[in-house]
Structure formats: C-alpha cells, structure tokens
Design a protein around this ligand. Structure first.
Ligand code: NAD
Length: 476
C-alpha cells in the first residue's frame, strides 16, 4: 500500500492496518497502514530532502506538472470517482463532479502560475525595494472525509505551486481516493518526496504533523473541536495555521424571491452529499408571507429524493459516512421529537430493511416549528436534516442568521437589491451568496469567521497563504 509517494512503503511499521469499508454495504474495499509519529518523521525527512530542488523550479515549471496531473485525473476520472463513492458513500454523479473539480483546481493554479509576480517599490534617494514570495517550506495538510478529493485539491494546488513540499493525512474512512490522486501527481512529474501521504488516525498521525518542528504551516479542515485541539497543540510554535472548520449556514428566503428557484436551491444546498458538506444550508429562514407555499413545494421535492447505494443509478443521497455520523443525526432529531421542540414534516429516521441494514442511511428530513433552543438551530447538522423557521421580516431573519457561533457561508434569496446589500453588510459569514448556495469555484476565496475558522483557501489568497514575503532593500 502506498505510504509515501517516493516509492518506499514505510507503512505497517507497527504492523497495524485500517480497513476501509463501503458505508452503503459494509463491504471491505482495501486496507491502509495505520501510521505512527515515526512515519510522519520519515515523511518529513523526505519532504525536507526534496524541498530545495522543488523551490528552485520556476513557478511555471511547477504549474506545468499540476496541469499534466489535471489531465491524467480527467482521463481516469470515472475510476477515481467510483473509488470515492465506494469509500465515502456519495452518489457517483457527485463523485464525478468532485473529481473533475480537483482537476479544475489544479488547472486554475497552473493557469495563475504564469502571472505570479512580486513587487518593486521605488523609494527615491533612499533606494529601491524588491518584494518576492517565497515558499514556507514543509506544509502539513489534514483532510476530512466529507469532500476528501476537493479539499485535497484546495491544499495541494496552492501549496505545491508556491514551491512547498507537503505531508498530507487523509481521513481514516476515505484514504483511498487521496492516495490515488497522490500517485497521479507523482506520475505527472512531481519529484519524489514533494508530496507525502501518511495514513492513520488523527490522534497519532494528525497530531504528529501538527507538532513536528520542521513543518512550517498546517492547513486543517474538519470539526471545530479538533480545530481547537490543533490550535492548542500549535501554540508556542512558530507555525502558521489555516483552520477550515464547521458551519451552520443560514438560507434566508424573502417574500419577493423566485420560489421555485429557491426550493431547488434549498434542495441542493441541504441534501447534496447527504448533507455532509461544510457550507450546506443548515438553517432555513423563510418569510411568513410565502412560508406555507415554499414548504409545501420543498416537501414534495424532498420526498422524491432517492436514497441508496451511491453506485446504483438514479440515487440522490448515499449513506452517512459512518455509524457515528448517523447516530449524531439521530440524536439531534430525537432532541426535537422527544422534547417537543419541533414538528417532523417528512423523514426523521434511519432507513432499515434488506437493502439498507448494512449501511448508514438516514432519510432526508424537514422539521418545522423548531424551538430556538433545539440542537438543530444551535449545533452543526452534518446530515440530511433541514430545520425551517418562518420569520416576519428581514430584521428578524438577519438577527436569527447571526445567532450562530459559526460564520462560514450564508445565502439570501431575493430580487431586491437593498435586501441583498443589507444581508451582505450585516450577516457574519465568509461568503454571502445571492440566489445561490454551495457553489465554490477555485477562483474565489473560501473560509469562515467566528468558530468556522481562520484563513482562506482557494484563489490567489490561498497561494499567498502558502508563501512568505521577503524584501530586498537596495540602498544606492
Ligand atoms: P474531524 O475533525 O473529525 O477530522 C478531520 C481530520 O482531522 C481527519 O483526518 C482526522 O483524522 C484528523 N484529526 C482528528 N483528530 C485529530 C487530532 N487530534 N489532531 C490532528 N488531526 C486530527 O472532522 P470530520 O468529521 O472528518 O469532518 C467534518 C467536519 O469538517 C465538519 O465540521 C465540517 O463542517 C468540517 N468541514 C469544514 C470545511 C471548511 O472548508 N470549512 C470543509 C469540509 C468539512
């Protein structure tokens, strides 16, 4: 099993392995080494040895390798997507989008490599300055299981283009697609040691990456609690951190909105990837005047969604990625049903029966009349459950939207420019969509406020975040 892409299999040093199973069927797919801190040290050594040569290449030369890798990913996208569906559970059509998205990210960074510039500052008699961007050195990347392929692209694309080497840890339930992509990057011409994948648990491999003194930056995507642990582990070290954490995105639908468009937006924004997306719509605030009509249409569309094994045709929702995730959702819905904190309009339970028993399926669920203290309105719902709250006006909608401790994304559905401006100015989130939710092309910066994290991924902002400026002062 691939452990480091320089061809040395350091895996299984301690002889332990992690079984990867299909969350739809429980069937064993493959196994990967359960890495140790020693494996991380080996990977850092390889990254350190490769750093000088990789940094010396021009950005355009590095971009060409990324572009070549994107081409190989496009050629093999069906096989990679199948692997992703098997380990993660998402429907094949979504897996194909995600794998193509990875290729788009590499193409985007390859494209901007030609425009990479520094800065010249003229200081008159005092002299002239030249400001250049240098790579940080060795970067660590820690990846979650929900969108492993896209998130690997968000980290490897800018980090490698900027001239860094990397040690990357995939999530334990979804390592296979990341390993496959690392092998493709290697085949595309990445020199040995530039990208090193170490599989294993967060507590062992993830923590060792955060603590390693030679790793200059860690980019972590995952849960807020883990993010806070990482902040603590990294404190006292001169390490840069990007933390892309959880979210509880509000969607605000005003009475002047195009209802059909908003219903389709809510459907995709909430139930894509079985609701396991950081910027999924997790709270819906709809204006009183249209609430009944809106909810009626949404319920019809939700009930038409087909849940099942993502490899089968026509499936809209796959399983939750693990029993633990399904149980978290079950508990959050029980908080409503057992404590009278809302009304289940549809769904509200796990699927059982011959086709479902071996998987972690949860039926798409709508909940109305949700009380403000329900967990559904206060914690992140990482699954296919949508609480709907009707609001009398925009003031209330904005106040409710900002009640969350998160601040990742938010959307407003309206045809009114003044409403748009107020939401943009007043709602606390890293991205505000108007008549849209969830779309994050590689060009735009992405990241959260408040407990949703620090730093930005994507776009030229990410490239900067994997670089340090260095200034040459010429005193004439
Ligand atoms: P998680 O925090 O449990 O795990 C994420 C990664 O961290 C995994 O690789 C895990 O093995 C590793 N890890 C766990 N404990 C660690 C430790 N002590 N030290 C170092 N690494 C450790 O998160 P998850 O359940 O895989 O992902 C779901 C969460 O990710 C949700 O909250 C979701 O909103 C968030 N997310 C955020 C974004 C974003 O861009 N903001 C994108 C996707 C997912």
């Amino acid at each position: 099993m691939l452990m480091r892409i320089d061809g040395k299999d350091t895996g299984g040093v301690g002889g332990d392995w992690i079984d990867v199973k299909n969350p739809a069927t429980g069937v064993f797919i493959d196994r990967v080494p359960s890495g140790t801190p020693d494996d991380v040290s080996c990977a850092v050594e390889a990254a350190d040895a490769a750093a000088g040569g990789w940094k010396k290449k021009t950005m355009r030369e590095r971009g060409v390798i990324l572009f070549h890798a994107a081409g190989l990913v496009r050629e093999q996208h069906k096989d990679i997507a199948k692997l992703l569906t098997m380990e993660q559970g998402k429907p094949l059509k979504e897996a194909i989008d995600e794998v193509r998205g990875f290729a788009c990210i590499l193409e985007y960074y390859a494209g901007i490599s030609a425009h990479s510039t520094g800065e010249a500052i003229r200081l008159g008699l005092a002299g002239d300055c030249m400001v250049v961007h240098e790579p940080i050195g060795i970067c660590g990347a820690i990846i979650p299981w929900n969108m492993p392929v896209i998130i690997m692209g968000w980290k490897t694309g800018p980090a490698l283009l900027a001239g860094n080497t990397m040690v990357l840890k995939p999530a334990s339930t979804t390592p296979l697609s990341c390993l496959k992509l690392a092998a493709i990057l290697n085949k595309a011409g990445l020199p040995p040691g530039v990208l090193n994948v170490v599989t294993g648990s967060g507590e062992s491999v993830g923590a060792a990456i955060v603590r390693h003194p030679l790793i200059g930056k860690v980019s972590f995507t995952g849960d807020c609690t883990t993010g806070n642990k990482i902040r603590t582990m990294a404190s006292g070290q001169s390490k840069e951190l990007t933390l892309e954490l959880g979210g509880s995105d509000p969607m605000i639908v005003m009475d002047d909105a195009d209802i059909d468009k908003a219903v389709e937006g809510a459907l995709r924004g909430r139930f894509y990837n079985a609701g396991q997306t950081c910027t999924a719509i997790k709270r819906l605030y709809v204006h009183d005047m249209i609430a009944n009509a809106f909810v009626k249409k949404l319920k019809v569309r939700v009930e038409a969604l087909k849940t099942g094994n993502g490899l089968e045709p026509g499936i809209d929702l796959g399983p939750m990625n693990s029993a633990g995730q399904r149980d978290l959702i079950t508990d959050m819905v029980k908080d409503v049903t057992e404590n009278g904190k809302g009304t289940i309009l549809t769904g509200g339970y796990s699927l059982t029966g011959p086709s479902y028993d071996a998987g972690y399926f949860y039926l798409p669920t709508l909940v109305s009349d949700v009380s403000p203290d329900a967990r559904l309105l206060n914690d992140e719902i990482f699954g296919p459950v949508l609480p709907v709250v009707s609001v009398p006006d925009l003031d209330t909608a904005i106040k409710e939207a900002n009640r969350s401790r998160y601040g990742l994304g938010a959307s407003v559905w309206t045809t009114n420019l003044a409403t748009t401006k107020r939401v943009f100015d007043e709602v606390h989130a890293g991205i505000i969509w108007v008549n849209r939710h969830l779309t994050v092309p590689p060009e735009i910066p992405f990241g959260g406020m408040n407990e949703s994290g620090i730093g930005r991924e994507n776009g030229s902002h990410a490239l900067e975040s994997y670089s340090r400026t260095k200034t040459l002062f010429l005193g004439w």
